[in-house]
Design a protein. Structure first.
Length: 337
C-alpha cells in the first residue's frame, strides 16, 4: 500500500492487508469529514471577521489549500521527468471540479453572485482554459507559454487582493475576535492537513480494497483515483453546502481551476525545461469538454447574475458522459484519439 509515493505494509498480504486497508479507509473518512468542518468553519470566520467576501476567501486561501496536494504531486512528477502527465491531469482535474463538484453544489444550493466579481474571475477561467488549448495546438505546451499563463494568474491574484482590501477597509477585527485568531489559524491548518492526509488514506486504501476484489486497474483509475484527486475540493464543497456557505464553495472551485491551469501547469513546464507533450486525445476530447463545462458554469451566470439549478444538472450530465466515454475509450469500445 502506497502513501505519498512510499510503500508501507509491504510484508502484509491477503486478509491482513485487507483488514489494515479497511481500518485506514475509516481513518481517512473520519479525517476528511472532520477536517472539512474545521476548514470551512475557520475560513468562514475569517471572511466574516475581516469583511472580505466569502467568494474571495474561497477563491484564494481555500483554493490554495485544496490544490496543495496536486501542486506537490505535479512538481514531484516534473522533477522526476514525468511532466508529460501534467496537462492531462490538470485539465481532467478542472473538468472534474467543474462538472462534478460545482454540479453538486449548484443542484443543492444555486443562488445569486456578485456579478462584477464573478465576471472577472469567470472570464479569467475561460481565458485560461481557452488559452491553454490554443497554446497546445502544436502538440506540446511551450516553456515560454508559462509566462502568458502566469500573467492570467497574476491578474487573478491582484484582483482578489484589491477586492479583499476594499471590502476589509471599513471593518476591523474587534478585541474579542482577535483572541480567536490563533485558534482559527490552528484549526485552518489542522483542517487542511486532515483533508490532505485523509484523502491520501482513502485513495491508497481504496485502491488496495478494490484490487483485492478483482476490480481492474482501469476502473480503479477512473473511480477511486479520479475521486481522490478532487477529494479536497469535494469535501470542502459538501461541508460548505451543509453549512450553507455556497459562496465559499463556488469561489473555491473557480480559484482551484485557475490555479491548476495558470500556476501548476506553467510551473511544471519551467521545471521540466522542455515543452510539455500534449496527446491528440487531449486536444480533440479533453480540452473541448473542459471548455464546454466551464462555459456552462460561467457564461449564463455572468449574463443572469446568478446560478440556476439547471446548470448543476447540465454539469453533472457532462461529467457522467465524460467519464463513460473515457472508460469506453480505455477499454477499446470507442476511439477518442
Amino acid at each position: 500500500m502506497e502513501f505519498f509515493g512510499f510503500t508501507l505494509f509491504g510484508s502484509l498480504t491477503g486478509g491482513s492487508l485487507l483488514a489494515v486497508a479497511a481500518v485506514i479507509f475509516v481513518v481517512g473518512l473520519v479525517l476528511t469529514i472532520k477536517g472539512g468542518d474545521w476548514f470551512v468553519d475557520s475560513a468562514s470566520w475569517f471572511a466574516e471577521a475581516t469583511g472580505i467576501p466569502k467568494f474571495v476567501v474561497g477563491a484564494t486561501v481555500v483554493s490554495f489549500a485544496t490544490t496543495l496536494p496536486e501542486l506537490l504531486v505535479s512538481v514531484r512528477a516534473a522533477m522526476n521527468g514525468s511532466a508529460q502527465l501534467a496537462i492531462g491531469n490538470a485539465v481532467g482535474s478542472v473538468t472534474a471540479n467543474t462538472t462534478l463538484i460545482m454540479g453538486v453544489s449548484l443542484v443543492a444550493m444555486a443562488g445569486l453572485v456578485n456579478r462584477k466579481s464573478f465576471s472577472l474571475k469567470g472570464g479569467l477561467l475561460m481565458a485560461a482554459v481557452i488559452g491553454l488549448t490554443v497554446l497546445s495546438l502544436s502538440g506540446s505546451l511551450p516553456t515560454w507559454s508559462a509566462y502568458i499563463l502566469w500573467a492570467i494568474f497574476l491578474i487573478f491574484m491582484i484582483s482578489n487582493l484589491l477586492e479583499g482590501k476594499k471590502a476589509a477597509g471599513s471593518d476591523e477585527i474587534d478585541s474579542y475576535e482577535k483572541k480567536e485568531v490563533p485558534s482559527k489559524i490552528f484549526f485552518f491548518i489542522l483542517g487542511t492537513a486532515s483533508i490532505v492526509f485523509g484523502a491520501e488514506f482513502l485513495v491508497s486504501s481504496g485502491k488496495t480494497i478494490a484490487s483485492s476484489m478483482g476490480i481492474s486497474e482501469t476502473i480503479i483509475g477512473f473511480t477511486v483515483i479520479a475521486l481522490g484527486t478532487s477529494l479536497p475540493e469535494l469535501v470542502t464543497t459538501l461541508t460548505a453546502i451543509r453549512k450553507k456557505e455556497s459562496s465559499l464553495s463556488v469561489g473555491n472551485i473557480i480559484g482551484a481551476n485557475i490555479i491548476d491551469t495558470t500556476l501548476i501547469l506553467p510551473l511544471c513546464a519551467v521545471i521540466n525545461g522542455t515543452p510539455l507533450p500534449v496527446e491528440r486525445v487531449n486536444l480533440v476530447f479533453d480540452f473541448p469538454v473542459c471548455i464546454a463545462a466551464c462555459a456552462v458554469a460561467v457564461v449564463p451566470t455572468i449574463i443572469q447574475g446568478k446560478f440556476k439549478k439547471w446548470q448543476g444538472f447540465a454539469l453533472l450530465t457532462i461529467y457522467v458522459g465524460y467519464m463513460a466515454l473515457l472508460i469506453l475509450n480505455e477499454t477499446g469500445v470507442v476511439a477518442l484519439g
